[in-house]
Design a protein around this ligand. Structure first.
Ligand code: COA
Length: 186
């Protein structure tokens, strides 16, 4: 007979396989990805890098979402799209369809999105950035910054020194380091 541990591991793998192939239908998934309970994922819209962590009750409803490697979403994070068109005179919003332009959201590698944060369509979150619990992210966030509040605003840099940001980025094979090396003055 199989030991309990082995059965549990097998069930876990079956759950992940079922969720990936039948329910969430991610466009691409890296290695060692974790996702919690009761997620809503818009099927066919999401790309996940390696070692991405998605907490319980997250809601990923934007039509094009990329989450880079090592990024963590705490519980109750929402990345929302599907904006309704509300400028048709004489037509209730419910009948007016969706806004024509779907922009998509990109969260780069090694970000941490705090509990209950809401990220709106069209936003990019730069490599290594941190979003505080409860933040409402309406504008793009540059790399290695900490943003909090409603609407989210920068409160500090994650690493004060440029050398530390570059060293960290290089060690995680990040684009921040690569783009700096390609154009060191920027
Ligand atoms: C964003 C965060 C990481 C910053 O932590 P920190 O570096 O210790 O930040 P500080 O305590 O130095 O705060 C800096 C300022 O931002 C404010 N602040 C921090 N987090 C905030 C938040 N979530 N919302 C609003 N303001 C916040 C602080 O009040 C402080 O303001 P002040 O300078 O006017 O006093 C942390 O506050 C946070 O929100 N963590 C998320 C926790 C979480 O979701 N855990 C789930 C488990 S994965």
């Amino acid at each position: 007979m199989l030991p309990v541990k082995k059965i549990k591991a097998l069930l876990k793998r079956l759950r992940v396989f079922f969720l990936l192939t039948c329910r969430y239908r991610f466009r691409a998934v890296g290695k060692d990805v974790y996702f919690g309970k009761r997620l809503y994922v818009k099927a066919g819209s999401v790309v996940l890098g390696d070692k991405v962590f998605i907490g319980n009750y997250c809601h990923l409803s934007v039509s094009d979402l990329t989450i880079g490697s090592y990024t963590m979403l705490a519980s109750f994070v929402a990345v929302v799209g599907g904006d309704h068109y509300f400028l048709k005179i004489g037509t209730p919003i419910i009948d007016a369809g969706h806004a024509p332009l779907r922009k998509g959201v990109k969260i780069e590698r090694d970000c941490w999105i705090g509990h209950g944060a809401i990220i709106l369509d069209g936003v990019s979150i730069g490599e290594g950035s941190v979003i505080g619990a409860g933040a409402l992210v309406t504008r793009s966030v540059p790399p290695y910054e900490v943003h909090v509040g409603v609407p989210a605003r920068k409160v500090k840099d994650r690493f004060d020194r440029l050398e530390d940001r570059l060293q960290h980025s290089r060690q995680i094979n990040g684009d921040y380091y690569k783009s700096f090396m390609a154009n060191p003055i920027a």
